[in-house]
Design a protein around this ligand. Structure first.
Ligand code: ATP
Ligand code: MG
Length: 244
């Protein structure tokens, strides 16, 4: 894996917040799906550039929480802020999802008919970069995730770990302040998972992003600054920095 010479030039300025970092504040968030109370009053503060892992049993509300932070859904009550700015309503969140947050899903959701490079360039088209700029940025990101020699491969021609790398590069394309990842190592063997985590940790340090990872994997929790455990739609315990 090569090292980028600092932040790429010509990257668009975030509309919010200033400074490239972010702080996530979740206040008394409640979310139900019909009779099911997925989140029952969750409050959480995540510092700028912090790496937080969210764990907890299946059905405890982890994905629901991540989706609310990324404005893929809206809370019934309570609020979510990033950098002191309320997360917009999902139907008004297109710009927010392009520029402020980056998502990595468990099954990666790569576009099957586009190459690795094409997948990474897709979010750059939406933010109005020129073709030349997109090429430069996707090449840089492919290099960063160690896949420079796989640019032309379709997702079906890549290994699971390589697909994960492309998904990560795509999430980073527009320099998000907050990276949200739902079980990013769930489909990987332990060696590939470890490599993906190294990459995540390196990128976090290099780009100063805030990283929120939902995971059952103890290897992920071990890398985090802090582990937040959800049980039955509530935060179970929040150990301090020395007491994990
Ligand atoms: N769109 C939805 N419609 C109805 N119920 C939902 C919906 N999304 C989630 N739920 C319910 O809300 C609860 C929390 O779901 P969530 O997906 O957040 O759990 P999770 O902690 O991510 O679980 P897992 O570890 O299995 O991924 C579950 O009981 C689930 O069935
Ligand atoms: Mg989930």
């Amino acid at each position: 894996m090569s090292v980028l010479p600092g932040q790429p030039q010509g990257a668009p300025a975030h509309t919010e917040p200033a400074g490239g970092g972010a702080e996530v504040t979740v206040s008394r968030v409640v979310k139900s799906f019909g009779p099911i109370q997925a989140l029952r009053g969750v409050s959480l503060q995540i510092a700028r550039s912090e790496f937080v892992t969210i764990t907890g049993p299946s059905g405890s509300g982890k994905s629901t929480l991540l989706n609310l932070i990324g404005s893929l859904d809206r809370p019934d009550s309570g609020s979510v802020q990033i950098g002191g700015v309320p997360v917009p309503e999902p139907r008004h969140a297109i710009e927010f999802r392009r520029r402020v947050v980056g998502f990595v899903f468990q099954d990666y959701l790569l576009l099957p008919y586009l190459s690795a490079q094409g997948n990474i360039e897709a979010p750059l088209i939406a933010t109005g970069r020129s073709r030349r700029e997109r090429r430069r940025r996707s090449a840089e990101l492919l290099d960063e995730v160690g896949l420079a020699d796989r640019a032309g491969h379709l997702p079906a021609e890549l290994s699971g770990g390589q697909r994960q790398g492309v998904a990560l590069a795509r999430a980073l394309a527009n320099n998000p302040s907050v990276l949200l990842a739902d079980e990013p190592t769930g489909a990987l063997d332990s060696v590939s998972a470890s490599r993906a985590l190294d990459l995540l940790a390196t990128l976090r340090v290099r780009h100063g992003m805030t990283v929120l990872v939902v995971s059952h994997d103890t290897a992920v929790a071990d890398r985090a600054d802090r582990v937040v455990r959800l049980v039955d739609g509530r935060v179970a315990d929040q150990p301090g920095p020395d007491a994990r």
